[in-house]
Design a protein around this ligand. Sequence first.
Ligand code: MN
Length: 289
Amino acid sequence: MTKPIQKIIARESILGEGLAIRRALPSRERRMIGAWCFLDHLGPVGSKQPLRVGSHPHIGLQTFTWMIEGEVLHRDSLGYEQVIRPGEVNLMTAGHGIAHTEDSLPDTARLHTAQLWIALPPEQVDRPPAFEHYATLPRWQQGSASFTLLVGELNGQQAPTQVYSPLLGVDIESAQAGDITLDLRADFEYGCFVLYGEATIDGQRVEANELVYMAPGREHLTIETTDNTRLLFIGGTPAPAVTMWWNFVAYDKEYIKEAQRAWEEGSERYPEVKGGEHRRIDAPPLPWK
Ligand code: MN
């Protein structure tokens, strides 16, 4: 049976020191898909548009970076310094608080990446910060499509990524036009974001920088693609609504106010990022009293 779907067009936004990106989540139409609460698509851009994001804090979430082209250096207040390359995932768990910087390497000719945020569930929201780098992820072929499993389980495979709620994340690269079939979980809601190329889902055409939301209740899905299409397919069980402000995710505005005050006061909640000391990003004024 066909379930209702909803198309979301990612809006333009600016990241770091002036790089134009497209943001699909949160949007007016949809705040979250499972615990996925933020989806930025960056690039592809050439070397004249480097990524430069100075030191900034996070709480209550995990930042999830999936590299398609180029190389980015991550540095954080736990002392991790990690270059992420194509086919790799960086997963930073902010929990109680962390700060980080992100910069494309100077010899990066082309940069193409997706950064998503995962809201931590209420019982994990204040957990200690952590950082993990995943260089190897499950990969398989289905017809002319290459799958990389980024988060969760699919096709009898399990991704190693440490998350705290039922989630799925898959990269699907389709070299030739064809049908891709997926076995889904009826208790999950799903989103299919087109990184490049074009796909058709339930008769609806979806182009680059468009996200299709699918409500729970599906066990199978067929996606038709054109030649040279790449999709980011995400899902999860519907998660509790969060409050998001700047780089903070929480279940309580007071908690966000405290987190912001701590950043403004230079508190030990976010130790200094080595190499990022002189590039601290100021928080915009809070929208509430
Ligand atoms: Mn960040």
